[in-house]
Design a protein around this ligand. Sequence first.
Ligand code: 5GP
Length: 120
Amino acid sequence: HKQPYDEGNIFARILRGELPCRKVLETDHALAFHDINPVAAVHVLVIPKGAYVSWDDFAATAPEAEIAGFVRAIGETARLVGAEPGGYRILANSGKRAGQEVPHLHVHLFGGQPLGPMLA
Ligand code: 5GP
């Protein structure tokens, strides 16, 4: 099941270059950029380039090459921002109940500080 995708969402506009972002990494399948409102010393968002609303949508319908490219890009982003040696956290809010605000799949990467228990 492919969820209907709103081409006007803010991350679609960033992907089209209509809005700026502080880019960390761009690959064939993914874009990583700093969150505009960071809640940790390092707070980066990693998004697939394809039009996927949520984790559920992506996991169920994306071609395997896109899934592999996206997963690898998350790991590469952690290395690029220096989060890997100290440890980091990845999180995806999927759907309304989880508080997903932007309807284009994004994985949050938190690091650069001790993170304590799970972030809300
Ligand atoms: P969600 O609540 O959907 O999991 O997370 C959305 C995230 O996107 C929030 O952490 C918010 O700060 C971030 N965000 C919203 N609009 C923009 C934007 O225009 N640019 C960037 N870089 N981040 C954004």
